[in-house]
Design a protein around this ligand. Structure first.
Ligand code: PAF
Length: 277
């Protein structure tokens, strides 16, 4: 595994045309599965590790976000990644920088609850694409709204990269793998899988013709009675990422919950990801 820590080193390593897996480190099996899928698409697979300060809001977990570079590198080596790019914040953001803002898809949900978050994501992802010049970039579908934002940005700005969105990797009980799962206490962890179960229930109800608002509010109520604080559960439409009251061709059930101070997001896509409009 070649470790690259500056933009010049990336340039010298001539990684253009690679497959890139952008991450914030604290890697888990979800990331490693993106690496192995990238490996099938490209000879050279690189992973960026950068805890991007601009996508964290005031009072969010930027300073306590888990960081373990040595362990990450060991995992990447085992997963067959060729190189890792781990830049310094000062090099990425030497001054207040140009920001990418993607309209419509960012209006609601994470975009509304975390102001500035998607500007931070879109800006760093575009910068990583400019620095590394990947032919392919691979993202996990757990962050579904992020996938929609990156897709729009790439299309709107004609960025020459092929995007691939890969299915969420889950724990044995259905909880989506996330770097933030380490924040859960054992009692929170014991009930956390009910979140995905609730999304699955909603999905079954809706595909059986149940009415949308009723099905969603039942899910919210049942989670809240179990001790979850629900930020939202909704049926959304692609490509707008706005709510819909009827099932169409491109829908997903999305959710965000809090267990104590830990916030988790998850979703259930109701169409094959490769068809994302
Ligand atoms: O999904 C993530 O880990 C981050 O949002 C990303 C895409 C690496 C940008 O910082």
């Amino acid at each position: 595994l070649t470790v690259l820590t500056s933009v010049d080193q990336v340039r010298e390593a001539k990684v253009m045309g690679c497959a890139l897996v952008p991450t914030m480190g604290a890697l888990h099996e979800g990331h490693l599965s993106l690496v192995s899928k990238a490996k099938r698409r490209n000879e050279s697979v690189g992973v960026s590790i950068f805890v991007n300060p601009t996508q964290f809001g005031v009072g969010e977990d930027f300073s306590k976000y888990p960081r373990n570079f040595d362990r990450d590198c060991q995992m990447l080596e085992e997963a067959g990644a060729d190189w890792v790019f781990a830049p310094q914040t000062e090099e990425i953001y030497p001054r207040a920088s140009t920001q990418i803002s993607v309209p419509i898809v960012t209006e609601l949900y994470e975009g509304k609850l975390r102001p500035g978050h998607f500007e931070g994501v879109a800006t760093i992802v575009l910068k990583l694409f400019q620095i590394c010049g990947p032919a392919q970039a691979i993202f996990g579908l757990k962050d579904l709204q992020q996938c929609a934002v990156i897709k729009r940005m790439v299309e709107d700005l004609n960025v020459p990269v092929n995007l691939h969105f890969e299915e969420t990797v889950r724990e044995w009980d259905g909880l989506a793998k996330s770097s933030r799962n380490v924040y859960l206490s054992s009692s929170q962890r014991a009930i956390a899988s009910k979140f995905y179960l609730a999304l699955q229930h909603c999905g079954q109800g809706l595909t059986n013709g149940e009415n949308v608002p009723g099905t969603i509010s039942k899910a919210v109520q049942s989670l809240e009675s179990e001790g979850f604080s629900v930020d939202y559960i909704d049926l959304i439409d692609f490509p707008t990422f706005h709510p819909t009251a009827t099932l169409g061709d491109f829908n997903a059930i999305i959710g965000a919950i809090r267990l104590g101070t830990t916030r988790l997001i998850d979703n259930l896509l109701l169409f094959p990801p490769q068809n994302m409009p």
